[in-house]
Ligand binder design. Structure first.
Ligand SMILES: *Cc1c(COP(=O)(O)O)cnc(C)c1O
Length: 360
């Protein structure tokens, strides 16, 4: 068996310890004589799995008691519709446009009401986070929506917009659990699992209790009501059970590593290795304004499409997978989520140095 360094933006690398544990438990989960994939979601064993997963996530993120944690399906993209269906009482929302995922949320929101785009970084291909001072939050907005880490462009919010008494909603699909967050600043946080948490098929929603009501837009399907899932502890119907089991193991893995403070420290260390090299290289350049650089997704270019392609090809041959940039952006992107070991980043930088030397 040989594992590569997988820099995929998602589905992404998972901790090796977690995969090994899951492999050991594949045929017989803790004496039940069956795999978690085969067990009833109403069983004691699965109740333990989902209960522990939630408990550990609450500990890690220090989630206040007046927030619910939901394990849902439909990916992050389904939240683009579920959020307006459940929260758009006035049919107005304020959004900040910082990239493709932010844009998709805007277009989906428009199916349900009026979307005000308060600020955008599209003028410079989303290479920065717009200035958040003097944002004119709309009086009639039901919520303000941001994409906290922009997976494709490699930017992240270091500050939050001052939304006053308006609900702040954040897509944290690609940076949840990468550093501590003050959950109380948000009305709703959501994250598709396949970047920094676990397998695709699960989306985690952290939502303040007062936002969970029956007062949803007419025609909202039962399955898309937060309330039905909150009332049933994410067990209204069969949940993505195996995915939740792996998520729980990843939460535990993070806890064993020292929690989110420890994650932040190691993530900053990992990102600095790559960014410092990009800043010193005469071949490779980072594409993002320094102050808005993501700790998770690091896009870079050589300036030549041929050289970019050559780099991606040779990197792959050397065991560095999925370094090609998003199809809409080109260049390269290294996603260095929690589960990417520091050795992987160091090895990548050594490889980049060698490539630079050989292709001067
Ligand atoms: C990947 C991603 C999504 C989409 O996730 P799906 O689970 O494929 O719907 C949405 N937002 C962000 C920030 C992402 O990185």
């Amino acid at each position: 068996m040989s594992r590569v360094y997988n820099f995929s933006a998602g589905p992404a690398v998972l901790p090796e310890e977690v995969l090994k544990e899951a492999a050991e438990e594949m045929l017989d989960y803790k004496g039940t004589g069956m795999s978690v994939m085969e067990m009833s979601h109403r069983s004691k064993a699965f109740e333990g799995i989902i209960g522990d997963a939630e408990k550990t996530l609450r500990e890690l993120m220090n989630i206040p008691d007046n927030y619910k944690v939901l394990f849902l399906q439909g990916g992050a993209s389904q939240q683009f519709a579920m959020i307006p269906m459940n929260l758009m009482k006035n049919r107005v929302a304020d959004h900040i446009n910082t990239g493709q995922w932010a844009k998709k949320a805007i277009s989906e929101g428009k199916l349900y009401g009026k979307i005000n785009v308060l600020a955008s970084s599209e003028d410079k291909t989303f290479t920065y986070i717009p200035d958040l001072k003097d944002l004119k939050i709309s009086d009639d907005a039901d919520y303000v929506y941001i994409c906290h880490n922009n997976t494709i462009y490699g930017t992240k919010y270091n500050d939050l917009p001052d939304t006053g008494d308006k609900i702040l909603v954040a897509d944290m699909s690609s940076d949840i659990l990468s550093e501590p967050v003050d959950v109380s600043k948000y009305g709703l946080i959501f994250a598709g699992a396949q970047k920094n948490i676990g397998p695709a098929g699960v989306v985690v929603v952290i939502i303040r209790e007062d936002l969970i009501t029956d007062d949803v837009l007419p025609g909202t399907p039962t399955m898309l009501k937060y309330k039905i899932h909150a009332d049933n502890n994410s067990l209204y119907n069969t949940p993505p059970a195996y995915g939740i089991y792996i998520c729980g193991k990843v939460f535990q893995w993070i806890k064993n590593k020292g929690g989110l403070d420890a994650m932040k420290k190691i993530n900053e260390e990992k990102a600095a290795i790559l960014y410092d090299y990009l800043d010193s290289s005469s071949m490779f350049k980072g594409t993002v304004v320094k102050k808005d650089r993501s700790l998770m997704n690091v896009p870079f270019v050589t300036g030549s499409d041929e050289l970019d392609a050559k780099f991606v090809k040779e990197a792959k041959a050397a065991g560095f997978e999925n370094l090609k940039g998003h199809r809409t952006v080109g260049g390269m992107r290294a996603s260095i989520y929690n589960a990417m070991p520091i050795e992987g980043v160091k090895a990548l930088v050594e490889f980049m140095k060698k490539f630079e030397e050989e292709n001067k």
